[in-house]
Write a protein that binds this ligand. Structure first.
Ligand code: BGP
Length: 484
């Protein structure tokens, strides 16, 4: 039994290609579904609802040369050109790992190409070189919200089983090329987003008929692709560790009323355990069969696919954790959250975006997942988004971020003491990036400030926030400052 977080712990930060790289249309990169997500200046922070299943992407606007809409991911934070400088800062900060993603549309611009784009691969060769030189372990997400738009246009997204083959071709290229460089892989970011964020997670249009049935079919195809990636990866290098990555939408019953408890149980099954069960136990849970039956969803799930899923489960469980919510049968207030809205909890404070801050919930989640699945756990994302400006000393005094990260790390430390096998923590995010949900720059999570506004204007220069120094001393002190 470990005595808490120690030197072997993979501490670091997480970024995603679509929110950082930019380089739209350069070096053969194809148009991805993320590139087409726009910044909406009229968004209402208290009621963002930007990408619930029923929202429409501005596909036509994107192709209109006269459009006034701004698409921030075309530029990201220009990581494609600044990666060396940024990785040098990550090293200085003391990061031992970087969770990053590879842009599928940079490697297979149309998704269905037969040959990968060598220029795209070269970019990642360089990024990995830089990371290895800096002593930073790459933890790689293979697909983080950005397949080629062509796969949506020509095939209808993940509801089409042909995507499984295209994805297999893609992962085989990566596994072979980075066989000796990358050990930790995650086939998909927040795989449950296929249901809650259908465009980003599954490449489905929100105006298509039978949307939810299609989303569950897409979900199944994603599970098959996940299992296939585990199989192919282990064949190429048996030492690969290939893990799931699920958005951990934790909630509690609002009261001890047994009806609240039951309602919460049912919601957690649907939002969480469904995905964990399939990816970690290798089988569909009974409660989902009832949902499929009740809604008359007819899913095509072959015997071979179910066997593949059963025999190729995840090596570890990765999950993002930002907040928690509540459920009640009585009328109650709702608040914003990651991918979905949540019931309010009177015991918790919220971020400016209404996300309820709950460090103890992380210890609960870690114990809960370890008890159920007995697999090593990796917290792949955790952080706080805040509107920030540089002060006159060219820094940001982000004590609230230090407090947030510290409180969550303290709970991880306690969970390890409880006996849970936690292998690492990559905070979201070491550097300010374009927000996934709102496509704005103003929602800043970074420990490094990027001088860039919601319209991509600014010098894009990087500045260390106060939390940067805190993180550095945390690692240097071997986590002693966690107790301060
Ligand atoms: C997760 C995504 C990330 C990231 C994060 C914060 O769901 O995997 O890509 O962006 O949430 O969300 P947001 O940027 O919407 O605040």
């Amino acid at each position: 039994m470990k005595k808490g977080i120690d030197k072997s712990f993979l501490i670091g930060g997480a970024i995603a290609a679509n929110q950082t790289e930019g380089g739209f249309g350069k070096n053969g990169k194809g148009l991805s579904i993320s590139d087409m997500r726009r910044f909406n200046p009229n968004l209402d922070r208290k009621n963002i609802n930007i990408e619930r299943p029923m929202n429409q992407e501005k596909i036509d606007e994107f192709f209109d040369p006269n459009s006034k809409m701004f698409f921030p991911r075309k530029e990201g934070i220009n990581f494609i050109e600044t990666y060396k400088e940024d990785i040098a800062l990550f090293k200085e900060m003391g990061m031992k790992s970087l969770r990053m993603s590879i842009s599928w549309s940079r490697i297979f611009p149309n998704g269905d190409d037969l040959i990968p784009n060598e220029l795209g691969l070269k970019f990642y060769d360089n990024v990995f070189d830089e990371l290895i030189k800096s002593g930073i372990e790459p933890l790689v997400t293979i697909s983080h919200y950005e397949m080629s738009y062509n796969l949506v246009k020509e095939y209808g997204g993940w509801k089409n089983k042909k995507l499984i083959n295209f994805y297999e071709r893609y992962v085989t290229v990566l596994f072979k090329r980075y066989k000796k460089i990358v050990k930790y892989w995650m086939p998909f970011n927040e795989i449950n987003s296929a249901i809650y964020s259908v465009w980003s997670g599954a490449g489905l249009r929100d105006d298509e008929p039978n949307l939810m049935e299609n989303a569950y079919q897409a979900m199944h195809n994603l599970f098959v692709a996940h299992a296939s990636a585990v199989k192919i990866g282990h064949e190429i290098n048996p030492n690969f560790l290939i893990g799931s990555m699920i958005s951990h939408m934790l909630s509690y019953p609002l009261t001890p009323n047994p009806d609240d408890v039951l309602l919460n149980q049912k919601e957690q099954e649907r939002r969480l355990y469904f995905y964990h069960d399939v990816l970690s136990k290798g089988k569909y849970p009974y409660f989902m069969e009832k949902i499929f039956l009740d809604n008359d969803y007819k899913l095509e799930r072959t015997k071979e696919e179910l066997e593949l899923i059963a025999t190729n489960t995840a090596d570890f469980i990765g999950f993002s954790y930002y907040l928690s919510g509540t459920n009640s049968v009585e009328r109650h207030e709702e608040t914003e959250g990651n991918l979905v809205t949540f019931g309010k909890n009177p015991y918790l404070k919220s971020s400016e975006w209404g996300w309820q801050i709950d460090p103890v919930g992380l210890r609960f989640a870690l114990n809960d997942l370890y008890e159920r699945y007995e697999k090593p756990l990796l917290i792949t994302e955790n952080g706080i988004g805040v509107v920030e400006k540089l002060d006159k000393n060219n820094t940001v005094n982000d004590d609230y971020r230090i407090e947030y990260l510290k409180a969550h790390l303290q709970q991880i430390d306690l969970a390890i003491k409880d006996g849970v096998d936690v292998i690492g923590y990559t905070m979201w995010t070491p550097i300010d990036v374009v927000s996934h949900g709102t496509s704005e720059m103003s929602k800043r999570y970074g420990l490094i400030f990027v001088d860039q506004d919601d319209y991509g204007k600014g010098t894009k220069k990087r500045y260390r926030k106060k939390s940067f120094g805190w993180f550095k001393s945390l690692v240097e002190s071997n986590y002693k400052t966690l107790k301060d």
